[in-house]
Write a protein that binds this ligand. Structure first.
Ligand SMILES: NC(=O)c1ccc[n+]([C@@H]2O[C@H](COP(=O)([O-])OP(=O)(O)OC[C@H]3O[C@@H](n4cnc5c(N)ncnc54)[C@H](OP(=O)(O)O)[C@@H]3O)[C@@H](O)[C@H]2O)c1
Length: 180
C-alpha cells in the first residue's frame, strides 16, 4: 500500500551523521566540545534546522544548555536508559525508527556509542575535519570503511585552526538518488 500523502513515510527520511572531528578523531573532552569554533557551530545549527536529532543523553544535556533546542526547530530523540518521557528511547534503533517516522531529515549527533552504531545505517556523513591534534576522552570511530567516498569539501582558514567541511556519501546501496 502506498503511504498516505499527508502522513510521513519513514523510508523517505534520510539519515545523516554530523560531527566535528580532530585529526586524531577526538570529538569531546570532559563532557564538552574540546574547542570553540563559531564557524563550525553555525554550520551545525544551519544544517540541523528543521531536522530530527538522534543523540545520547549527555549530548542532549550539552545541546540543551546552549539554547539550540529552544526555538523548537530541532526535535530531539534522546537515547537513554535513565531518562524517560516521550522523547526518550532505551536504545539507538528505537530512537532512529521514531526519528525516521517524523518524516524530517534525521541528524545523528553523537556521542561516541551513537556514532558507532549509526555508521552502518547512515546515508551521509557531514564531517568537519578540525585540522589539529586535540587532547580529549571521546572519539569518533574510524569511518573510511563505511564512507570511503568524499562527495564534497570546502576549506576554511579563517580561524586559528583550518576547517575542512566535508560530505561523504556511501557507495551506492543506501543512496536516495539510486533507490527505486
Ligand atoms: N565534536 C562533535 O561533533 C561532537 C558531537 C557530539 C558529542 N561530542 C562530545 O562527545 C561527548 C559526549 O558524548 P558521550 O559519548 O560521552 O555521551 P552521549 O552518547 O551523549 O551520552 C551517553 C549517555 O547516552 C545514553 N546512551 C548512549 N548510547 C546509548 C546506547 N547505545 N544505548 C543506550 N543508551 C545510550 C546513556 O545514557 P544513560 O546514562 O541515561 O543511560 C549514556 O550514558 C561530549 O564531550 C561532547 O562534547 C562532540
Amino acid at each position: 500500500m502506498k503511504p498516505n500523502a499527508s502522513s510521513p513515510d519513514p523510508s523517505d527520511a534520510s539519515v545523516k551523521i554530523i560531527v566535528a572531528v580532530a585529526r586524531n578523531r577526538v570529538i569531546g573532552r570532559n563532557g564538552r566540545l574540546p574547542w570553540n569554533l563559531p564557524e563550525d557551530w553555525n554550520h551545525f545549527l544551519e544544517s540541523t534546522r528543521d531536522g530530527s536529532l538522534v543523540l545520547g543523553r549527555r549530548c542532549f544535556e550539552e545541546l540543551g544548555a546552549t539554547g539550540a533546542l529552544e526555538d523548537g526547530s530541532r526535535r530531539p530523540f534522546i537515547v537513554s536508559t535513565t531518562r524517560s518521557g516521550p522523547d526518550c528511547f532505551p536504545d539507538f534503533p528505537s530512537a532512529l525508527e521514531a526519528a525516521k517516522s517524523a518524516g524530517r531529515t534525521v541528524w545523528i549527533c553523537g556521542g561516541e556509542r551513537i556514532y558507532k552504531e549509526s555508521l552502518p545505517v547512515a546515508e551521509e556523513l557531514v564531517l568537519t575535519l578540525v585540522d589539529a591534534e586535540i587532547s580529549g576522552d571521546t572519539y569518533f570511530p574510524e569511518w573510511s570503511g563505511e564512507f570511503p567516498r568524499l562527495h564534497s569539501e570546502r576549506v576554511s582558514r579563517r580561524g586559528a585552526i583550518p576547517l575542512f567541511f566535508r560530505v561523504y556519501r556511501r557507495n551506492g546501496k543506501f543512496s536516495r538518488s539510486e533507490r527505486v
